[in-house]
Design a binder for this molecule. Structure first.
Ligand SMILES: *Cc1c(COP(=O)(O)O)cnc(C)c1O
Length: 365
């Protein structure tokens, strides 16, 4: 069978390893495995959401509300936008896919940072489009503007804050880039970790209100990270209704389960949980910064719920990641991104203790 030419060049997305795999492969007790690999919320799911989920079985035989009325109303209220300016995806990943499929063909290119979310390139490749990357592994305003002018890409991806590096453009910097881009190019502002950046420094908060001032910008948000719903698969895009109407043509019917819709509506109400999540995170990330300083490990100042440790030649991130895995500690090796680095999702105090206890003996003194 002859598959599309475009598939030749695509490498599969490497997802964080599930806890069960470590139990199976290394024979470690379930309760002893610590997963700090996929930027999930270490506090779990808001208790109010867990309650809604347990009550939902009575409606499982009915198709979901394909208009997603309730969730769109809730998001519209939160962000003070019109429900027509919202599209819901099975994770913001699916919104990225809709965007790519509705805009790209093999003559097009997309622009992104040297090291950023892997799916931008995979979705571009599926459409046969070319990926152009700025030279630095953190987002730099002048690089984005000059590369945009030189290559005239169809889409510019701004990952604010940036996964898997942790760097973040300030609001002012982001809009310097957006201002320089003309209306034929879509700018994607991927705010998957925006809740953390805003908590750290309010000058970094970008809202859909801000991006809606431009016809060619879409803001993406997700319930998978700070809201603690990674397993539910709900994300959203917010942009001018004319833009949303076009990309919605790529949406399959009933793409979000009723269970996930209900969970997301409930999660939006759980403001205390969000506050508690950010508070815990910023208390704990300090320990990772201190640890790095004490052990001469380079790290990137993080605006996300993870930290990235960069190694010099005396360490190999793959060896470190494997050695941690054998002890039941799952983190993310960034070798596939071309970095000799590891990304650790900040966990609870206890989980972080486990990481430090397992990691310290691996360091040469
Ligand atoms: C996690 C993540 C997403 C999307 O996650 P979903 O679970 O698909 O909503 C999007 N962008 C970045 C940068 C992410 O880290």
């Amino acid at each position: 069978m002859k598959f599309n030419e475009t598939l030749k060049d695509i490498t599969l997305y490497e997802a964080g390893k599930p806890i069960e795999l470590v139990v199976r492969e290394f024979g470690i007790e379930l309760g002893k495995v610590v997963k700090l690999a996929s930027n999930e919320n270490p506090l779990g799911t808001p208790p109010s959401v867990a309650k809604v989920l347990s009550e939902y079985s009575a409606k499982a035989h009915l198709y979901p509300d394909d208009s997603m009325y309730e969730l769109k109303e809730s998001l519209a209220k939160k962000y003070e936008v019109d429900p027509k300016e919202i599209i819901i995806g099975a994770g913001s990943d699916q919104v990225l896919e809709f965007i790519s499929r509705s805009l790209l063909s093999s003559n097009d290119s997309v622009l992104m940072s040297k090291v950023t979310f892997a799916m931008y390139e995979i979705y571009a490749k599926q459409m046969g489009a070319k990926t152009i990357r700025t030279p630095s592994f953190v987002h730099k305003v002048d690089e984005f503007i000059s590369y945009y002018k030189e290559h005239k890409p169809k889409i510019v991806y701004l990952c604010i804050p940036n996964n898997p590096v942790g760097d973040c453009l300030s609001k002012k910097e982001a809009f310097e880039i957006i201002e320089a881009i003309d209306s034929d190019t879509l700018v994607v502002v991927d705010g998957a970790y925006m809740e953390y950046a805003a908590y750290k420094n309010k000058d970094y908060l970008i809202t859909p209100q801000d991006t809606l001032k431009y016809d060619n910008v879409i803001y993406l948000g997700t319930f998978s990270k700070a809201y603690g719903l990674g397993g539910m698969r709900v994300g959203y895009g917010i942009a001018k209704s004319t833009l949303i109407k076009e990309i919605a043509k790529m949406r399959p019917p009933f793409n979000i389960t009723s269970l996930s819709l209900a969970a997301a509506v409930e999660a939006l109400k759980a403001e205390e949980f969000l506050e508690e999540t950010c508070k815990l995170h910023f208390e704990q990330i300090v320990r990772y910064e201190e640890f790095a300083k004490n052990n001469n490990i380079e790290y990137i100042d993080s605006y996300t719920n993870f930290i990235t440790y960069m190694f010099d030649d005396s360490y190999n991130s793959t060896v470190i990641a494997d050695a941690l895995l054998k002890q039941g500690v799952i983190i993310r090796n960034l070798a596939s991104y071309g970095l000799n680095a590891i990304r650790i999702t900040i966990g609870t105090k206890k989980q972080n203790d486990r990481f430090f206890d397992s990691f310290l003996p691996l360091l040469k003194r």
